[in-house]
Design a protein around this ligand. Structure first.
Ligand code: MG
Ligand code: MG
Length: 263
């Protein structure tokens, strides 16, 4: 079952998605070596509840926390814990909220302190992959265009695309149809129609595309233990292109300020 959203519903999803964006910006303000991922999780939960929303991931199929935080070789679905982050870590923070009956979902991978040039490039290209996919979102295009654009940009840069996990439709449910793979062929997949809202979320590995599942039942990590990055936006399909409902603008504002201060 595909749910096409009305204009009104899209605006509610935008409100949820912008709260996610602002929650991630709160994380951007405090993420540094020595901070634990559990501290980030508590901060996010408080911020979300203070804004009249509910953390979407908390208790989702039994997930124990509000954020999925995946460090270095962890791809997604990492469980926040008491281990302090270290200088040079890369840290994917995935956040979802439910507000006024609709979900928003977005993820950003942060560098912790100074990171290696290799990791900096992985983050840059993964973020670019997300926007390459979004560029192909427009009514009348097939979903395979989106998937293919992501895969092509990742592989052109020598990286690999995780196959086991994909993006998704989003609305009254956190995960709706269709699945949005980060790999695929042009001319395949469903035709995008106005009102469809999808979360696009490339998970890009520095090394092999293979992943393994931890015994905790949640954490997915790379099979070769090399780093992985993850960026995600919630996006509505329009006649004339994509309407990005979440935003990295608030995060970028925080991070650019820090860079300026450091100079
Ligand atoms: Mg997410
Ligand atoms: Mg998602």
């Amino acid at each position: 079952m595909l749910y096409y959203k009305t204009q009104e519903e899209i605006e509610i999803i935008r409100e949820s998605s912008l709260l996610v964006a602002k929650t991630l910006a709160e994380i951007a303000k405090v993420i540094r070596p020595g901070v634990t991922t559990l501290e980030l999780d508590k901060l996010a939960e408080t911020f979300i509840r203070d804004h009249g929303a509910v953390p979407a991931f908390l208790n989702y199929n039994g997930f124990p926390n509000s954020l999925c935080i995946s460090v270095n070789s962890q791809v997604v679905h990492g469980i926040p814990n008491n281990t302090p982050l270290s200088e040079g870590d890369i840290c994917s923070v995935d956040c979802g909220v439910l507000k006024n009956g609709f979900y928003g979902d977005s993820a950003y991978t942060f560098g912790v302190g100074e990171i290696t040039e290799e990791n900096r490039r992985l983050l840059k290209v993964t973020r670019e992959c997300l926007y390459k996919g979004i560029e192909k979102v427009t009514a009348g295009n097939r979903l395979g265009e989106v998937s293919n654009a992501i895969q092509e940009h990742a592989e052109k840069n020598g990286y690999s695309v995780v196959r086991e996990l994909v993006g998704h439709g989003i609305g009254k449910h956190l995960h709706e149809k269709p699945e949005v793979p980060n790999y695929g062929k042009r001319g395949t997949g469903m035709v995008l129609r106005e009102g469809l809202v999808i979360a696009i979320e490339p998970m890009i590995n520095l090394g092999t595309k293979g992943v393994v599942h931890d015994r905790d039942g949640w954490t997915v990590r790379t099979a070769d233990n090399k780093p992985s990055a993850h960026f995600e936006h919630t996006v509505a399909v329009r006649k004339d292109g994509a309407d990005i409902l979440s935003s990295f603008e608030f995060i970028d504002e925080v991070l650019n300020k820090e860079t300026t201060n450091a100079k």
